[in-house]
Every structure is written in C-alpha cells, then in structure tokens.
Design a protein around this ligand. Structure first.
Ligand SMILES: Nc1ncnc2c1ncn2[C@@H]1O[C@H](COP(=O)(O)OP(=O)(O)OP(=O)(O)O)[C@@H](O)[C@H]1O
Length: 567
C-alpha cells in the first residue's frame, strides 16, 4: 500500500522542480528584495487596506512614486510609515538591504500626518549621512547634515532655519551625529525651539543597536540619547537596526524609553547567501586569491581582516595575482577612503580588503562574495558584514577562514584592552559564541545564525546552502541508509508511536531484544546498525516530537523510495 504513495510524492517533487517552483527556503519572507509573488500579493492587499484608512495615505502613495520613483513597498515599510505618521513610536528590525531608510525618509516628506516639521536622524558615521543626503537630494528632497565637520556658516544657516516658524519649508531631514545632540548647547536650544513650535516631527535613531552595551557595536555617544524622551516626551521616536538579539532589542527599547512602541520585525534569513567556514593556515591569503581568480573573475567582493597591517598585506598579495584590490582601514586618509569606495562602487576596483571600518551604509547591490580572513569578533558583526553580499537577492557566497591562533590573539586583545572588566566580559562572551559557530561542523550555519538572533528555522530550509548541510547530504549519499530507514519504518509499524530515543533504544536492542531479533529476522540487518549511525539518522530525521509511520515515511521518503523500488 505504501508504494504508490511514496512514488507519487516523488513525482510531485520532481514536477515541482521541473516547473521551477521556488524552494521553500525562499518563501521564508522578505529577507531579500526578491520576495515571492504570493508575499507581494499579500502585502499589496495590506497596503491597499492601509491606504484607504488615513488622511495622509494618498500623499504617501504619491511620494513613493513621484519622489522616490518606486512602485511598491517592501515588507513592513508601509506599516512602519503609517505608524510613525500616526505619531507612534516605532522599532524597525530589517535585514541588511531590507529598505529601512525609506521607513523614515518617506514620512519626513509628508506634512499631513499627525506630526509635522523636521525629521531628525541620528546616524553614527559622517560618511554614511553624507551618502544618504546626496541620495535624497538627487530625488529633490531637502536634507542636510550637522556634525563636527560642518562649516560654521552652514551650521549657523541650519540653526537659523530650525528657529523659523515653518522650517519644514526649507528642510525635511536633518542628519546629526549623536555627539551633536549631546554636546552642542546651541543645537539643543534649537531643538527646544523646534519642539516648542511643534515642528520636530520625530527623532530617528539609525543603527539603533549602537545604543546597547550588550550589542557588538556599542557607542557611548548613543547612550546619551536616553535623555531625549525625558526632554521631549511628546516627540515620536523611530529606531532601526539590522542586527540585534532579543536582549539588545529590549535594552535599546528600555534605554530610549520606547516600551510601548510598534515593532516591525521580519526574518533575518538571507536565503541567497551561502555560508562556509574554512581552515586558515599560512597559505590562506594565496587561497583567497586563487578562489577569487577561479570563481569571481570581474565580480565585486570584500575581504575582511582583523588588523590594518593584514589589510595591506593581503591587498598586496591579491594585486600580485593581478586582482584589482585596494585596502581600507581607519588610518586611510578621509579623501582616499571616499575615492576607494567610489572606485569599488563603480567597478574600477574589484576587491576591497578592509577592517570592519568599511561597510556601514554601503549600498552596492552586486557584491558576490564576502570573505572573512579571520574570525569576526561577534556573530552580529559576522551577520552584518556578510549581509553586504547579495543585496540584489542573487546567489552570493560568504567564506570564513578560522584558526586557533586567531582565537588566541583575539582573546589576548580583549584581555589586554582598555575597557572595564564588565566590557571585557561582554566582548569575551560575544567572541566565544563566534568561536563555537566556527568550530561547529555539524549544525546548519544558517540555523545557528538565526538562532543567535532568536529566530528558529528548520535545517531543511537551508537546502544545502551552507558547508555543514552540504557535507551531511554528501555523507548520506555516500552511505546507503536504506536498511536503517526500513528498520525504522517496520519498527514503528509494529509498535505504533515512538519517540526517537525509544526508537534508537529498540533498534540497538537496549530495551527489547525481541524487537531486535524481530528485525534481524525480517532483514538480517539490525545487528549492523551502529550507535553512531543511528544517531546520525535521527539527527537528520527526527526534528522533534514523536515518530509515526507517516512522518517517518515523509522524512525518510527519499531513502525509503529506494527500498520500495528494489522490492
Ligand atoms: N520599496 C522599495 N522598492 C524598491 N527599492 C527599494 C525599496 N525600498 C528600498 N529600496 C532600495 O533597497 C536598497 C536598500 O535599502 P536601504 O539602504 O534602506 O537598506 P537598509 O535596510 O538600510 O540596509 P543596511 O542595513 O545595509 O543599511 C536601496 O537601494 C533602496 O533604494
């Protein structure tokens, strides 16, 4: 009776594959810009419902089309825009490249929401805010920056604008560094005037994970933003980040006093990225060059290293191989940094070898590979850095070279660093999790990364797009598990529902030797089942819950098919 069932299942799968149906991992959500059609359809329904609800909805639609020249919203964008225009606090968690900027840039232009005036955006890097302002100006949107390098006459002009009764007629968005809010008294007075005139529309905290001391990129100046709510209790806040564990999110919300906010989060999964951890040795720089030459001719990529010195060394080796590479780190002159980034963005430089100083706010869609030449200091950092690959949704690869000596060096660096004992303990904790990730040679890397951010995913969704899943599949293919699958099926058919542990015990003859004899009698094979093999099968098959004939048949169908065909 089972035979046609199993065969049909196989045919269905083949038919789906032949029809080019998306793999299930791609249906997980809007992790990348390439969302599946049904998701787009759903969001179109939600979008039209929201559009019919609010007085500002027509304006929102029009600004999206006419100013940003986009046709539809991505997942959660419209919902976040709607919430901030309604005067609510909003927390946006979106994967890198998900489209966070639009969530505050678009409402900044709208003056028909519950809040009016200027949108103040706190951003950690001057280069990042300058990029954003240029981008906005290209769309005809009035935006400016205000930071330590702004010329005095420009500062005065901006402050004079903020004091006018209708500053929004001259400016929609003002990007500031957190230290400006904290240190500049004259700027603080301007904010008071702005708020008094009801012309401070909202405060946006971009890269909001920088607020939390638990995060991988804590910035003390961000901490001072905690006072904003006390000083301006009625001004709505919007916090955005692409990397935050549950603890970090709670910490950020509590620090900014935005406990009652609307939170929009989505899967952190980046299905188009492939993850692999490789062994690092003295030939690694040459291996990297070789990999780039073999697989990535003419394709853009980033190589991350731990030290300034190693960026220079590796860039030189890549150049010796004829690869157009440049290095980038904190000590490179500001003008040169801009030139290198521009050359890379335009394709004149193929590879940037950089410390983590490079990357925040980079919006290059076609980065095909990100290589970590050393272990990253945290999984948040790793996620953020690898997230710069494949922003266009196309397949891209992330390689990490791991060695015990880098671990040793990093542990020492933390131990001998400047921070307090508490900070060192936190950094050490983050590093140990990254080390465990690298050392793990069995579990799905995608699952592990997502688990770190508090999200669960079945390893099957990875579809062999990480080295560990790929290795497991290879191992199964090389080893014929048919007899084990059949033994499991027969046992469950005879005994009814079993947990996977009970099943292992039966098959190993630990609890009921009769079952073992029974199986031997049937197939003369159970005695060959080793404990390791059994556990390996169950690691792959028993993803939790009781085993029934149905779910085992389903999970083992690929293996069982072979058996039934043979019979
Ligand atoms: N609705 C949309 N339609 C088309 N393109 C969009 C849409 N929203 C955003 N984009 C584009 O997607 C790209 C990524 O957006 P954005 O820079 O806001 O991402 P992000 O979430 O801030 O990423 P990161 O965390 O890396 O900074 C940009 O080129 C942006 O113009």
């Amino acid at each position: 009776m089972e035979q046609p069932e199993v065969k049909r299942r196989r045919l269905d799968t083949e038919a789906a594959a032949a029809a080019g149906e998306p793999h299930s991992s791609r249906q997980l959500g809007p992790a990348s810009p390439s969302r599946p059609p049904e998701d787009v359809a759903n969001s179109t329904v939600i979008q039209s419902q929201i559009l019919s609800l609010h007085p500002w909805t027509r304006d929102v639609e029009q600004v999206l089309r006419d100013q940003f020249r986009m046709t539809q919203f991505r997942h959660n964008q419209l919902e976040a825009i709607h919430a901030t225009l309604a005067g609510k606090d909003v927390f946006v968690l979106m994967p890198t490249g998900g489209g966070k900027s639009l969530c505050y840039q678009l409402p900044a232009v709208i003056q028909s929401g519950k809040t009016r005036g200027i949108t103040l955006v706190v951003s950690p890097l001057i280069s990042l805010m300058q990029d954003q302002v240029e981008h906005l100006r290209a769309f005809g949107i009035r935006a400016a920056t205000f930071h330590s390098e702004t010329k005095p006459e420009d500062r005065n002009h901006i402050m004079a604008t903020l004091r006018t009764p209708h500053p929004e007629r001259q400016l929609s968005l003002l990007y500031v560094t957190p230290e400006m809010i904290r240190k500049s008294e004259s700027f603080q007075r301007c904010l008071e005037t702005l708020s008094h005139n009801k012309r401070l529309a909202r405060l946006v905290v971009d890269e909001a994970h920088c607020v939390s001391q638990w995060g991988h990129d804590f910035r003390p100046d961000y901490k001072a933003l905690g006072n904003f709510r006390k000083e301006f209790p009625h001004i709505p806040l919007m916090a955005l980040t692409a990397t935050a564990t549950k603890n970090v999110i709670t910490d950020v919300k509590s620090h900014l006093a935005m406990e009652d906010c609307e939170t929009f989060s989505q899967s952190f999964n980046r299905p188009n990225l492939y993850y692999e951890v490789l062994k690092k040795d003295k030939n690694t720089a040459r291996d990297i060059a070789d990999l780039i030459m073999r697989k990535y001719q003419g394709k853009a990529g980033i190589v991350y290293t731990l030290s300034r010195k190693s960026t220079e060394k590796i860039a030189t080796i890549l150049q010796e191989f004829g690869i157009a590479a440049s290095y980038y780190h904190a000590s490179v002159e500001a003008e040169e940094k801009v030139a290198i980034q521009k050359d890379w963005q335009e394709g004149n430089i193929q590879v940037i070898v950089a410390t983590i100083a490079f990357g925040m706010g980079i919006d290059k869609p076609d980065v095909r590979f990100v290589i970590h030449e050393s272990i990253p200091k945290s999984l948040e950092g790793y996620y953020q850095e690898t997230g710069r690959a494949g922003r266009d949704g196309r397949p891209s690869e992330c390689y990490l070279y791991f060695s015990g000596s880098d671990v040793f060096a990093l542990r020492n660096l933390i131990r001998d660093g400047d921070g307090s004992e508490q900070q060192k303990a936190r950094q050490g904790n983050l590093l140990e999790k990254a080390i465990a990730f690298c050392r793990n040679q069995t579990d799905c890397r995608r699952v592990e990364i997502l688990r770190y951010f508090g999200e669960s995913l079945s390893a099957a969704e990875c579809a062999a797009t990480c080295d560990n899943c790929k290795a497991n599949i290879k191992c199964e293919m090389q080893q014929d598990f048919t007899k084990y699958a059949v033994a499991i099926l027969m046992l469950i058919r005879n005994r009814g529902r079993l947990t996977s542990n009970q099943c292992v015990n039966f098959l190993l003859g630990r609890k009921a030797s009769m079952e073992r004899e029974e199986l031997e009698q049937y197939y003369g094979m159970a005695k060959h089942i080793t404990k390791d093999d059994m556990h390996r099968i169950f690691d792959r098959l028993a993803t939790g819950g009781a085993l029934t004939e149905n779910n085992v048949t389903h999970r083992t169908s690929r293996i069982a098919i072979q058996y039934f065909q043979v019979r």
